[in-house]
Design a protein around this ligand. Structure first.
Ligand code: ADP
Length: 208
């Protein structure tokens, strides 16, 4: 690849993001790239509070959670040794499992989406993904996968909510299509088929 890219995977819960982050990491490393794979919410104290709120260990209003994500994301970008900006400077291709479109979609269901976009504008100003890869699955498929793979269902993981979140993703993509590079990948296929399309998309982007 000509330069080290920043790639964000997006999708509703169970869409296969973390599976695809791993598969893309392997392909990039095989092609000789240094890869830093990461995720949000992060492992920072702010990320831990967010997880406690998701798991109902701690009370958390949707507005509070939306604001915590803003701070956690800035930390994810700016932390001096493992922050994404530092990793890009060091020549890593950075792949994140969720970035600001997750906030637009998940918080946009509860809070005015324009507020969410504005609240994340510092992050967008610091670093826009070269590619936002949205793995699209229906809420039905998501719920089936989550029932199989999770011990407990978290705050956002109901059919009704995931349906709304998916719609908010599509709304946000439409709203921001002039400034963001968005690629929608059909997710109800084998992990290998999805990974093949993702790899082609990354290579095509790199050739432009
Ligand atoms: P996410 O990170 O988007 O929540 P995961 O990659 O953790 O999704 O996948 C959720 C569950 O679905 C896991 O049990 C995973 O093994 C399974 N899974 C991932 N991709 C696929 C796929 N393409 N088809 C079927 N099951 C999948």
């Amino acid at each position: 690849m000509k330069k080290n890219l920043f790639i964000a995977f997006e999708g509703i819960d169970g869409s296969g993001k973390s599976t695809q982050v791993k598969l893309l990491t392997v392909r990039l490393e095989e092609a000789g790239h240094k890869v830093y794979a990461t995720f949000e919410p992060t492992g920072s104290p702010m990320g831990r509070i967010i997880r406690d709120m998701f798991n109902h260990r701690m009370e958390g209003d949707h507005r509070t959670i939306a604001a915590l994500f803003v701070a956690d994301r800035l930390h994810h970008l700016l932390e001096s040794s493992t922050g994404m900006l530092r990793k890009l400077e060091e020549g890593y291709t950075v792949i994140t499992d969720r970035y600001y479109f997750s906030s637009y979609a998940y918080h946009g269901v509860h809070v005015d989406i324009d507020w969410v976009i504005q609240a994340n504008s510092l992050s967008a100003g610091l670093l826009r993904p070269d590619l936002n890869i949205f793995i699209d699955i229906s809420p039905e498929v998501s719920m089936e996968r989550l029932k199989k793979s999770r011990e407990a269902i978290e705050m956002y993981e109901t059919y009704d909510n995931l349906n709304k979140v998916r719609a908010k993703y599509l709304e946000a993509f439409e709203q921001l299509k002039e400034v963001e590079r968005i690629c929608v990948v059909e997710g109800d296929r084998s992990p290998e088929a999805i990974a093949g399309e993702v790899w082609e998309t990354v290579r095509r982007y790199d050739a432009t």
